[in-house]
Design a protein around this ligand. Structure first.
Ligand code: HEC
Length: 202
């Protein structure tokens, strides 16, 4: 995408999302922007939300924290997180705007997966997934991970997607982080919403 294309997309995303950042399918993952540590004996640990962080002092460069210290840092991070949720939403509920943007983003990825699942373009011989799996039937994503004898190992859903791309479709397998693989997974899983997970089931 051109620089201007990206600017237009970001502006559009902010307009639609009201500040909830949205990225294109194939753009690089963002990084947690952490504050700089105070000195060489401190470090900043970021939380999984991509916003919260805690400064840890008294460490040699690269030193692993002792279990007690690590547990205290994890507790401090969770304390900050809980406090922020109270301020932002008065609890754990999300705002309507956030929910709308997230739903629209998910739909976009699922729709992309639907198209790939129904397209011979992912292979080379004209066959597409839906010819044997109408509406993603008998794909059983809720049974993964499980041992698959044709793969001779415990397979993830993406391993079976690739197996079927390489075999009946005679296509090139996709990398795990390929936007096409992510979209196919999203589509297949979306067809089983509400079905209990049952890893290992045959
Ligand atoms: C020619 C028919 C055919 C095509 C085309 C096909 N599959 Fe399959 N697929 C099967 C069959 C049959 C099985 C069951 C194999 C077995 O018994 O392990 C299967 C198994 C699977 C499974 C595992 C199901 C389970 O119960 O664990 C997934 C996931 C899957 N296919 C996805 C796909 C995807 C994604 C595509 C397109 C890239 C695709 N398949 C194309 C016939 C097909």
């Amino acid at each position: 995408m051109t620089r201007w294309g990206r600017v237009v997309m970001i502006v559009a995303a902010i307009t639609v999302g009201g500040g909830v950042a949205v990225r294109g399918l194939s753009e690089e993952a963002p990084r947690h922007q952490l504050p700089a540590p105070a000195d060489g004996r401190s470090k900043v640990v970021g939380l999984c939300d991509g916003e919260t962080s805690v400064t840890v002092t008294g460490l040699a460069p690269g030193e692993r924290m002792a279990p007690d210290k690590a547990r205290a840092v994890a507790s401090e991070l969770m304390g900050k997180y809980d406090a922020k949720l109270q301020v932002a939403h008065g609890g754990t509920e999300h705002t309507q705007r956030e929910t709308r943007v997230w739903e629209a983003e998910l739909k976009r990825v699922v729709d992309e997966g639907y198209k790939l699942f129904h397209s011979p373009e992912i292979g080379t011989n004209g066959i597409s997934c839906d010819m044997c799996h109408p509406d993603a039937s008998i794909t059983h994503p809720e049974t993964y991970p499980k041992f698959q004898s044709q793969l001779k190992k415990v397979a993830l859903l993406r391993d079976m997607i690739n197996w079927c791309i390489e075999n009946p479709l005679e296509g090139p397998k996709l990398a795990d982080d390929d936007p096409k693989m992510r979209a196919m997974e999203a589509y297949i899983l979306s067809t089983r919403k509400g079905v209990p997970l049952d890893p290992g089931k045959h």
